[in-house]
Design a protein around this ligand. Structure first.
Ligand code: ZN
Length: 418
């Protein structure tokens, strides 16, 4: 699937510090420890509604991860999926009387525009489910062959085929990603796309791998599985294994994906590869709220990036709103945060448009150090603020190269174009 144009990333003298990130599975900040090539898989959108600030926060966070790894001398291989066939998309299309493919295409187009405006480096492979159907089908077949998966006949009156589920009793690593109790898992499983009450499952938490064809739903032929379409989690397992191999360095996404999505993706990969490590680190973006609740399609309290852009908001101000928060902390969007970010952006632009400024060496080091320390972007922004204060006060040096050098650093490391 077509992604979006790669933004220009300036060269900056020197090398960034080794990146450390919080790993959910260990509950600690640890060195990423990638080799020459860092492999990252980040879960993409289900394209049934426009990009809101919660999505933007996730993709800007992993953009920062990419930039920090590059700055520290790694080459990055980055893969992102698009869930371009799944229940929420089909339900929204049916509700609005639209063709699901046309709905997906138009929302993916909007997402690409938002990512370009926010200066997000695109993935090397941007893969939809529909175009990945072969590798997904083969993954499900292999799980059936090995006995890690089982069939459940369709309920009476829904067709002649079968669904296929993973048998969690066969996956000893289950629970290692989230470290949740079974009670915690059962609490959210249904609201996050699971089907704990489906008759015939061996365990209420067993995830759906292949949904047998139902009338009125899109389906793909498979001579072994029967006609149907993939479950949600197996798409990411199959796409990641196909394009990045295993283990990968980082599996990323919003914190609402910890369970079941990342837990299931990981155990499915383990069952396919025999390796008990799917990803070395699981990195999760906190949730963004608005007007007292988590920003979500179901609540209808979305702040859309495209709407802000249409209202004339500078995308770099949106980016600065996001960078002013620490990625792991849940936070709530307000108009005043946007106003503060715009003020900061204006001030940075003024300071960086001067004919000379304070020596930026320590500021550049501080920005790099803050980002390398579990993406401590609020600290990085404060370091830049301090340089701008000094430069605008005109009291501390007239280095003519300083504004340009710092501007290139902010562009390369923070993705803020000035
Ligand atoms: Zn995923």
């Amino acid at each position: 699937m077509k992604s979006w144009p790669t933004p220009f990333v300036p060269e900056v003298p020197g090398v960034g510090e080794p990146l450390r990130l919080h790993d959910t599975s260990r509950g600690a900040v640890v060195p990423v420890g990638a080799g020459e090539v860092a492999r990252i898989y980040v879960c993409g959108i289900t394209p049934y509604d426009a990009t809101h600030l919660g999505h933007a926060a996730t993709y800007v966070t992993f953009d920062l991860v990419q930039r920090a790894l590059r700055d520290a001398g790694h080459r990055v291989e980055y893969v992102q999926n698009v869930t371009d066939v799944d229940d929420p998309l089909l339900e929204r299309a049916a509700r609005d009387g639209r063709d699901w493919r046309e709905l997906a295409t138009s929302e993916i187009d909007l997402f690409r525009e938002d990512m370009t405006a926010l200066s997000v480096i695109p993935p090397d492979a941007y893969r939809g489910v529909v175009e990945s159907m072969d590798e997904i089908r083969l993954a499900v077949r292999r799980l059936l062959d090995s006995g890690a998966a089982y069939r459940v006949p369709l309920p009476e009156g829904e067709g002649d085929g079968n669904d296929v589920y993973l048998d969690l009793a066969r996956t000893p690593d289950f629970g290692d990603v989230s470290r949740w109790t079974r009670e915690q898992m059962l609490d959210v499983f249904a609201e996050r796309g699971g089907d704990p009450d489906r008759e015939g499952k061996r365990d209420a938490l067993d995830p759906l791998l292949w949904r047998g064809a139902r009338a009125g739903e899109p389906s793909w032929e498979d001579e072994v599985l029967g006609s149907g379409r993939p479950g949600w989690h197996i798409e990411c397992t199959a796409i990641s294994l196909e394009h990045l191999g295993h283990p990968i360095d980082i599996q990323g996404g919003g914190s609402d994906l910890v369970f079941p999505h990342h837990e299931m993706s990981a155990v499915q990969a383990d069952a396919l590869t025999g390796d008990d490590v799917f990803a070395r680190l699981y990195v999760h973006q906190g949730m963004v709220g608005y007007e007292g609740e988590k920003m979500s399609k179901s609540k209808g309290n979305l702040v859309l990036v495209s709407k802000l852009r249409a209202d004339g908001v500078d995308p770099m101000a949106i980016r600065l709103v996001l960078l002013a928060q620490h990625y792991r902390t849940d936070w709530e969007y307000t108009d005043s945060l946007l106003a503060q970010a715009q003020t900061r952006l204006d001030r940075w632009r003024s300071a960086l448009s001067t004919n000379g400024g304070a020596d930026p060496t320590a500021t550049i080091a501080a920005v790099r150090a803050a980002v390398a320390d579990d993406l401590s972007t609020p600290r990085a922004l404060e370091a830049v603020d301090a340089w701008c204060d000094e430069t605008l006060a005109g009291a501390s040096g007239e280095d003519p190269a300083a504004p340009g050098l710092l501007a290139r650093t902010l562009d390369a490391v923070l993705g803020v174009r000035l």
